[in-house]
Design a protein around this ligand. Sequence first.
Ligand SMILES: Cc1ncc(COP(=O)(O)O)c(C=O)c1O
Length: 469
Amino acid sequence: MLNALSRAQFHASEWLSSPGSSPINATVSEQQLRRAFDCRLPDTGAPADEVIDFIANNARDGLLGSSSGGFFAWVIGGILPSALAADWLVSAWDQNAALYTCSPASAIIEEVAGEWLKQLFDLPREASFAFTTGCQMAHMTALAAARHALLDAKGWNVEEDGLFGAPPIAIFTTDHHHGSVERALRYLGFGRKSIISIETDVSGGMDPAALTRALQAHPGPAIVVLNAADLNAGIFDDFNSLIPIAKSFGAWTHIDGAFGLFARASKSRMHLVDGIDQADSWVTDGHKWLNAPFDCGICFVRNSKAHRAAMTLEASYVTQNQSARDQINWNPEWSRRARGIPVYAALKELGREGVADLVDRCCEYCHAMVIGIGGLPGAEMIVEPGLNQGLVRFVRKGASDADNDVFTDHVIEAINATGKVFFSGTTWRGKTAMRISVVNWQTSDKDVKTAIQTVADILAGMRELSQCR
Ligand SMILES: Cc1ncc(COP(=O)(O)O)c(C=O)c1O
């Protein structure tokens, strides 16, 4: 056992000390990876340390440096030292964090981590919470609570009677909602047709007048899903206008704060999430801006009775605790790892001030990069970040929009192939763009300079090439 662990520690240390010295992109092909791993199921086993060496040596070049400071694709955070080390302990302890009786320490640490998060985000202290596998399952958990509460108010017990024949629930959101909301709704028995798209206003957020009209047109149980913030441009809905409207129609307001809820922790960004505490449920990720390891989402539900009713489970062999928090009452899974422990570690390592500083730093770096890259010849800024997400696009004089779409993809590919930095693309208002997303505690001035210089070099090289033709 110990040999395997020390080999894992060796490979992990090597991996973690590699940023800057090894490429951020994967350098092996799908075929090479398959050749390395897809061998016949062995008839006989092998020593554990050799298995670890085999996996580490063959996987290495097929890994992305997503935990390094030069990685700006999607919204993928890094990993804080204490959170990573705590995660190792979680695996070594191998606790089933479903019940207090199964793992008293896990139950208490997760209970405290949930309370700390409510304080950090200044959410209602009476709210219940759950540590889920990610934001999508946090959506599912919170929306199951919404489904319970809204149908219960209509005299319908969804846990007993299911959804067949139940009063329909309409879901209102903008086109900027994340795909995980739709999947969570699907798991809960709501088809895509239950989702009604509300127009946006000039800010890009949900138009309050359009929401009022939609709620008037659809009397009956309703859920309003708002963004804090959207994944492309970091757009926040106007909570102070929209939540009171939803409330006046008896609708449940649910907030997708996968990363944007962290604006609550920073004095300089707090205004973006003003009024968010009036909602009924909120979700965020631990594995994004908190830089906890995958997998870790979190949901908070104001109506804890509805949350518990939607998730709880009784079985003859399950001993529920009367005073401590049994996770099984709040989570969708039965057996589960204590993913709240790395969250506890991250919050203890950073403290309130450390989280605020992390948020501010990422926002400033994102801004500097969007301005720096957007100002290069051959580039333009599409969205100036108000938080930690911005968009740029690459353009050639006289080229059509369609040609510039192809060119933008081409530039992103060339940037990533350098192995120095890594970005991802998206489509924004019908045009291809490069996302600049900063959520990593390790991102530094040097990473930002490298990113701008790398893009400048790629664009200059492409200009030279087109002049030679
Ligand atoms: C705004 C938003 N919501 C939800 C999600 C889904 O989160 P997860 O991948 O943790 O399920 C993401 C992930 O990128 C996101 O950016």
